[in-house]
Design a protein around this ligand. Sequence first.
Ligand code: HEM
Length: 227
Amino acid sequence: MQQIAKIFSNPVGRKIMMALTGMLLVGFVAIHLLGNLSTFAGSAALNAYAAKLASLGPLVWVFRLGLLAIFGLHIYLGIQLTMENRAAKPEGYAVDKTLRTSFAAKTMIYTGLVILAFAVYHLFHFTLQTISPEFAAKANLDASGIPDVFSMVVQGFQQFGTSAIYVVAMVTLLLHLTHGIASSFQSLGLNNGKTLPGIEKLGKGAAALFFLGYVSIPVLIFVGLVH
Ligand code: HEM
């Protein structure tokens, strides 16, 4: 317990926790994308995948609570870090040090808060299924008698407003990860002057891949290529 308190009372400890929770969230984003891409394999594949997850029962709840704790800690530390940085840099300071950093780096707190808002919306949309109850998978079973997640996703993204919300959220995620992935390596001391440019490229490349993968789902459905 004392060890944990020590980590959180130390600014370096907090940065390390920020980086570790961020890396775990990136891991979730990667796994969730792989699962979601089964949308392109058709109705039977996506519905079977969703049914398999649901059949894991208590394990799903362990996973959900773990994810919630990691997400909550990441947000809490992010807000604290931003407030500390602001307090350390009084208004009207002659040189704005942030000018040397990128737009993505300067807007981490804002893109983070938009992703939080998206996550809440997304939970009501596809997990609780209360936003468009007429498309709810739990109320519409497919030919195999399992919840029709595929039709819920396709009918949802055929609506311009819904697809637009997801595309904007994915642009925000792209910005957040463009800086966040490389930054987590930096905070963990996993880079040096030599490896930094490579790690930055890797971070940006991974962020771009996540963006293209996720955004392709609403876009291809909206233009009618997946139905
Ligand atoms: C095009 C983009 C996305 C699609 C099509 C999508 C699809 C889905 C679907 C269908 C579910 C419900 C699964 C089920 O209950 O069987 C779900 C749950 C979830 N998604 Fe996404 N997702 C997308 C993007 C994201 C992103 C970017 C994040 C993270 C920032 C995310 C985080 C979650 C979480 C936390 C859950 C709840 C998992 C649970 O039920 O415990 N999703 N998603």
